[in-house]
Write a protein of this length. Structure first.
Length: 226
């Protein structure tokens, strides 16, 4: 009887861990065998890739995505989340960002393929300073021209309001103060709280976009074929 009990104990000790381990081996795919713990892989796929400085599928871009990445900046009086959807049929490559005031804690996404959208955030300078989040970002398109996006979230709403603008420049052109001044003062800047549609006059493209009017601003832009 004692020998039987010892044998049974050894059998169970060997078989139970083996049976448990089998639950963690996922079906082999091609030449790769994926091993995961329970639903860890499935949960990872469901986890959102929408973070500032990232590129997401263009169809995923929405104000709620911008709200999420805006919240990650924290409690700052003037900040903005920007999403630009590339439906131009062209590939975009980042050039630079010029700041009239403020800064960003993330890097401008380097490449944005067609049907993808870039996510970016900016904020006022840290500390008790009366400044906003104001600037221009620039991308070179595979057509050879430059896409420029101006955003302005001012500090003083008694004197100013949120504004934004988009323009396509001939050739490669980095964002600078001159570009900012042109888009802010001379190129029909766009007011917040309304959906704007506009022909961009270059590369057969048009824009469709919206900006909120508060200090926690969200700007969503779709660049599309006319």
């Amino acid at each position: 009887m004692r020998h039987f009990v010892v044998f049974l104990y050894m059998f169970l000790a060997l078989s139970i861990p083996t049976a448990f381990a089998k639950k963690h081996i996922v079906t082999k795919k091609g030449n790769h065998q994926d091993i995961t713990n329970d639903n860890e892989g499935e949960n990872a796929e469901k986890k959102s890739a929408a973070v500032a400085g990232a590129v997401i599928a263009g169809g995923e871009l929405a104000l709620k995505i911008l709200t999420k990445i805006l919240d990650e900046i924290g409690k700052i009086d003037r900040k903005i989340a920007i999403g630009v959807d590339n439906e131009s049929g062209l590939k975009w490559t980042a050039l630079n960002t010029y700041y009239k005031s403020g800064a960003s804690d993330v890097t401008l996404p380097y490449e944005v393929e067609n049907s993808k959208a870039l996510l970016y955030t900016a904020r006022k300078s840290k500390g008790p300073v009366a400044r906003g989040a104001v600037g221009v970002l620039a991308y070179k398109m595979s057509s050879g021209n430059t896409l420029a996006v101006m955003f302005s979230v001012p500090f003083d709403y008694n004197l100013y309001t949120n504004w934004w603008n988009v323009k396509i420049y001939d050739g490669e052109k980095k964002a600078d103060e001159k570009m900012y001044n042109e888009l802010y003062n001379n190129n029909n800047p766009i007011k917040p709280s309304i959906w704007e549609k506009r022909d961009l006059g270059q590369d057969g493209l048009k824009l469709r976009g919206f900006m909120t009017s508060n200090g926690d601003a969200k700007l969503v832009i779709h660049i599309e074929k006319s």
